[in-house]
Write a protein that binds this ligand. Sequence first.
Ligand code: BGC
Length: 251
Amino acid sequence: MTSVACGIDIGGSGIKGARVDLDTGEFIGDRIRIVTPQPSTPQAVAEVCKQVLDGLGISDNVPVGIALPAPIVHGKVPFMANLDESWVGVDLNELMQDRLGRSVTALNDADAAGMAEVAFGAAKGVKGTVIVTTLGTGIGSAIIVDGNLVPNTELGHLEIDGYDAEKRASSGQKELQDLSWKKWAKRLQRYYSHVEMLFSPDLFVVGGGVSKKHEKFLPRLTLKTPIVPAQLLNTAGIVGAAYQAARRQSE
Ligand code: BGC
């Protein structure tokens, strides 16, 4: 496997990219961040991806992985919760081929973050079932069994007590509804207990920007499963996308 790849993480507020050293899981040089265009249509976002690649000076032989906040099933986006609706039905690889003139590896953002934790972070070497969740505008999930990803799990959209789970328990909702750590932790407790009951995982890893403040909420949770903060924090999406792109290229 090549030891350098590029990752781009498309989010609701920013589109971030960097060159990644796949021996260490660290960035090589600076990360580029460009504000997500509004409306966040596929064309507008693809244009920003081009700016990111140009800005980083990525040549054609470097694998590029792109993480999107939506499931990507055989290359296509079946639904979109937190970017423009016009993403539905888009084939990400075709879109990027048109705009960037090169092929890319497209994957879900939480799947990317999950694989980054497996390769370089909190889930490294863990046997059995690991569930990585990212708490942000939405809730992303990655299920990894003995190091192998089960893609597109979308556990942020479990319906719990009549609600789409991420509309209750994401960190975006904590902000929007101005919830205290205590109130939010109650919602997280409900969420993680439910996921625990369904999957009996061996480990939960909690990522997303808010995991920097894990000591404010993780100690409030009572679960049978160990629950730990992600180690890569806000680099995980980029690192995981780069890692998966490099793996794909070496297949
Ligand atoms: C999307 C997921 C995504 C998560 C985190 C959810 O709303 O449906 O695909 O992983 O948000 O961005």
